[in-house]
Design a protein around this ligand. Sequence first.
Ligand code: FDA
Length: 301
Amino acid sequence: MGITRSFFIALSNNRLLNSGAKKWGFQLGAAKVVAGTDIPNMMASVRALNEDGISATIDRLGEFVTSREEATQAKNEIIQTAEAITEAGVDAHLSVKLTQIGLDIDEQFCLENIREIAAEAEQRRIYVNLDMENYEHLQPTLDILHTLREEFDSVGTVIQAYLFRSEQDLDALQNVRLRLVKGAYQESEQVAYQSAEEVDSNFLKLIKLRLDQPVFTSIATHDHHIINAAIDYVKEQGIPNDRFEFQMLYGFRTDLLKELSEEYQVTSYVPFGKDWYGYFMRRLAERPQNIQLVLKGALSK
Ligand code: FDA
């Protein structure tokens, strides 16, 4: 793992900078990859995506929350987002990080919060994805998912290809809608592949295993090598197009996503809100060339 990746991941975890960023406002080019700081601005972006044939998964930014007040406020705003989806009549669903609604405070409290969100979403026929965070939160997230699935059908999660255990998890989640990703956090060699080659090879293996199953899968990547290999496999195996989609993050490779939308279902992951700092730093960690976004953003002020 390059020093630059570790550097940006360390910055993403810095609480002081995180809280500072909320006060500084929307700086450093974040506006290119974050769809505004409030619901109306975000909805305008979602409408524009829909007009291009692109669905959206909306993430009200925030993570590693340690106070109950903040977690409750996040839960309320996620419910408002669900209401806004119905009111605007847009093609969109929700992505939620459980640490934002209390996973680090008390698991039972977090479960109550996500249950409220899932109940509201189900009533509105909106799918809810539980985003996968760092390794420490993996098992608690899966435990909460299992409890939720006893009550709600339209809830799923994410499998990270860099983890050794992911093939087993994928197997155990055969009936659940899943998003497959490479993995965005810095994990130890005890639990995760460290080289890009190993991660890519496991990613492709998991994609193929999953595409063989009759359940919906989101292939979430900007990597055209992976996308092309997935398309080859789909064609080879005659896998129907309604069984999978491609997902990309808002602001990245928009042209490629539009091109894919001509043949396949596609979704853009649309983050919004004041708490953009950690998200933004992880994007820089993944691809230091994204630093251009910072420079362009700063220069265009
Ligand atoms: P990666 O960054 O490894 O790039 C591989 C190659 O693709 C590059 O070398 C380059 O050739 C090409 N490429 C990539 N980006 C490009 C660009 N902008 N322009 C041109 N070429 C480019 N992670 C997690 O841990 N939990 C989660 O819940 C999620 N959720 C999620 C949702 C969605 C919709 C996406 C797209 C991603 C996530 N992730 C995630 C993040 C994911 O784990 C991963 O960190 C990033 O997607 C970066 O990996 P990529 O697969 O995009 O390719």
